[in-house]
Design a protein around this ligand. Sequence first.
Ligand code: GLA
Length: 408
Amino acid sequence: MRIFVPLSLAVLALTSLTASSQAPVAPKTPPASQKVAQTPPMGWNSWNFFFDKVTDKDIRAAADQLVATGMKDAGYNYINIDDTWEGQRDASGLLHTNSKFPDMKALADYVHSKGLKIGIYSGPGPKTCGGYEGSLGHEEQDAQMYASWGFDYLKYDACSFIPEVMEKQAPHDKAEQMRIMQAAYVKMGKALKATGRPIVFSLCQYGWDAPWEWAPAAGGNLWRSTGDVQPNWDRIAVIGFSQAGLEKYAGPGHWNDPDMLEVGNGHLTFAENRAHFSLWAMLAAPLLAGNDLPNMKPEIKAILTNRDVIAIDQDKLGKQGTRGYAEGEVEVWTRHLAGGGLAVAVFNTADNGRFASHPFHLDLAKLGLHGPQKGKDLWTGKPVTLTNNEPIEMASHDVLLVRIDAPK
Ligand code: GLA
């Protein structure tokens, strides 16, 4: 349910991506909130599969499944409830849950009893994107309530704040509107900090006003850098490949968020699912699965639990990868890893079979590499040597992902 049309925001977000490449503002004194999310958060979020239909029962089932499928052991440890859990405020301003979530404290206790953490959703506006109650004017009260229930993560979604607060308070004054938005996120960041509970703070305002420049100082651990993802290759590719240039803003405790995973959703092919997962790993993106866990197919589980690919995403150095070069419909990306290693990902973005520049040959010099490079193909698990001579064959929308431990 999207009342406030995030799709149009997506267009603006992409515009802001290109318009914002000024000098990076790295936080000098990391706020206390950066003790969490030292690597990109991993877990599962209700939105991409359940949308507004999610219930307490679905959240419990998802927690059970994270454990049963081995996803928890692979690193997925947050179960995040997205929009549509909210009910009405009482006379004291206290927000109650709706009938889909009869007892949040009991639910949080259940998720914690599985050795997992739990996340919740709200926004700075009067209403959420789904038209439910937002936190405007109740920020401290809501933050205290999340902490008292035992929540470990908050996704804070701008939505109605844009038309109802920013545009009403400062019509036609873009700079003032953005100041108002930043202040709203700072306010919730402070409210979360005041609870004394470590709570991951996830900003969701679709990349408006270059959040990568100010979100860390607002206590943000991750910030959406784009409009909403969808379970189709075109949208995934637009979002993922638009991240080049943002790598300098990411690091332990503060990450760019190109939105949650669609692996296993819609009609994505096997190649598309693994290319999506590979690209998000190269981007040091949060890995928040959003699929139907109780009915997950084995090949989807194999993608989501590929430890070698997860290790790229969760690499301790925390350096986001970027585009090495693009040639025709082939994208070649690299990511520097702890210990001097390098991940190289080659994507075939062509829609129909073979890419235009077929046969494709790598140009290792363009990646700063010299001569053949021995590595591991992270999808076959086999040793591979990258050279300039060997043509690379790939299906449409597929990926070759290689880890080179000792690049030359
Ligand atoms: C926006 C967000 C989505 C989701 C929905 C919920 O569209 O970008 O990720 O949280 O709101 O209403």
